[in-house]
Design a binder for this molecule. Structure first.
Ligand SMILES: [Zn+2]
Ligand SMILES: [Zn+2]
Length: 395
């Protein structure tokens, strides 16, 4: 049985950007080599402590390892060496679960990580009759919604699923699944997925976060039923307050600030602090204004999850990511690692997890970036690292 939640428990189910990735066979071999090397080094260090003047062991090998060279002895001997586990990157696209001490379950984005999250929720809820899930969507892009039609929670008639987001996010889900309007246009039905509302017996409710953005105006023929909530008002669930913050991205996008018991978690994916050639470009001004607003919310936050898909050199088109060719990334909607590190330190954020990793960035580079950020923060109150799936944070 897991320990009861004291205030908030945050779990990362998916932190990849744009598409799911998993270590390639080459990367798995490299990880294996790394672990083998670490183990061999420790064993030889141990044995070399027992060399005599002639460089021979000063006692029988079986004495040193505690028995004959068999599986039982070697398993016991192996336990003498604590080998640091290699950091595994990659995995599913964006999905973060927050469980509160009130028993509320909040999910931020439904990328492909939502499938595993939903399995865990179903297991946790068991025979419980009160089964509410609160989903907060950032925006309509596929990598933030692709897990929805594979999530076990959608196929259980006992579940009530409250989906919060801007119009575009709700509309994107509804257009191909019809979960709010109970209809799908004939030309779209079954095109993207064989699943639709008629196969999803959970009860869905849409809550549109109105963001006063003129680009969020929609078709007058819209039939999607939904409640409306003003972006300037926080949403309240028990003792938890959730505030939506508009960020800068090619599709209208929301970050969320989650506050409970004096602790703050900021979920901010897909936001670009823009570096275009013209500082007076209105897009530049808008990006900077949204960054300033985000900074106000992130001041002294306890945990920040933020997208920084690019290094500045990738963004400027000076280097390719992994083995890909260099391409300028202005207006692709993602921030640079250097900017996010500076922002996190300036805001005095206690723990920053950088996510939305580019699928083309390979393990060794991610590992190197992670290591250099962790080392840079040694001895400081602020910690910055790359986000990895499976991370659990008690807040
Ligand atoms: Zn994305
Ligand atoms: Zn996006």
């Amino acid at each position: 049985m897991p320990q009861p939640v004291e205030n908030m428990r945050i779990q990362f189910y998916g932190v990849q950007g744009s598409g799911s990735t998993f270590p390639s066979s080459r990367e798995i071999e490299a990880l294996q080599e790394y672990t083998e090397y670490q183990l061999l080094q420790r064993i030889f260090e141990d044995l070399s402590r027992h060399l005599d003047q002639n460089n021979a062991l000063d006692r029988p090998l079986t004495d040193l390892i505690g028995g004959p060279i068999d599986r039982k002895t070697l398993t016991r001997y192996r336990k003498n060496f604590l080998i640091p586990k290699p950091r595994i990157y990659g995995g599913w696209t964006t999905c973060i679960h927050v469980e509160t001490a009130d028993g509320d379950d909040l999910v931020f984005d439904c990328g492909s990580g939502f499938r595993n999250c939903a399995l865990d929720l179903q297991k946790k809820w068991g025979d419980r009759s009160e089964r509410h899930l609160h989903i907060f969507g950032s925006h309509s892009h596929y990598d933030h919604a692709e897990g929805f039609d594979q999530a076990a929670v959608c196929f259980d008639p006992r579940n009530r699923i409250h989906v919060y987001g801007n119009y575009q996010f709700l509309h994107a889900l509804d257009s191909y699944l019809g979960i709010f309007s109970k209809r799908v246009k004939k030309e779209i039905l079954g095109v993207q997925t064989p699943i639709n509302y008629s196969l999803m017996p959970a009860k869905f409710r849409a809550i549109e976060i109105r963001d006063h953005d003129p680009s969020a105006e929609f078709d007058a023929e819209e039939t999607m039923t939904r409640d409306k909530h003003d972006i300037d008002q926080p949403l309240v669930l028990g003792a938890t307050r959730i505030t939506a913050v508009r960020v800068y991205h090619p599709a209208p996008c929301l970050a969320y600030k989650v506050e409970r018991g004096g602790k703050t978690f900021i979920f901010c994916t897909d936001h670009e602090l823009r570096h275009g050639p013209d500082p007076d470009d209105p897009r530049q001004k808008e990006s900077e204004a949204r960054e300033r607003r985000l900074i106000q919310h992130a001041l002294k936050a306890d945990v920040l999850y933020r997208d920084a898909q690019y290094l500045r050199s990738d963004y400027d088109g000076l280097s390719g990511i992994g083995s890909s060719s260099p391409v300028g990334r202005v207006d692709w909607g993602h921030s640079c690692l250097e900017d996010v590190q500076a922002m996190a330190l300036n805001c005095g954020v206690k723990s920053t997890y950088i996510g939305h990793h580019d699928p083309n960035r390979d393990w060794s580079e991610l590992n190197w970036l992670d290591e250099s950020m962790i080392r840079r923060c040694e001895g400081m109150d602020e910690k910055i690292c790359l986000a990895r799936a499976g991370t659990v944070i008690e807040l």
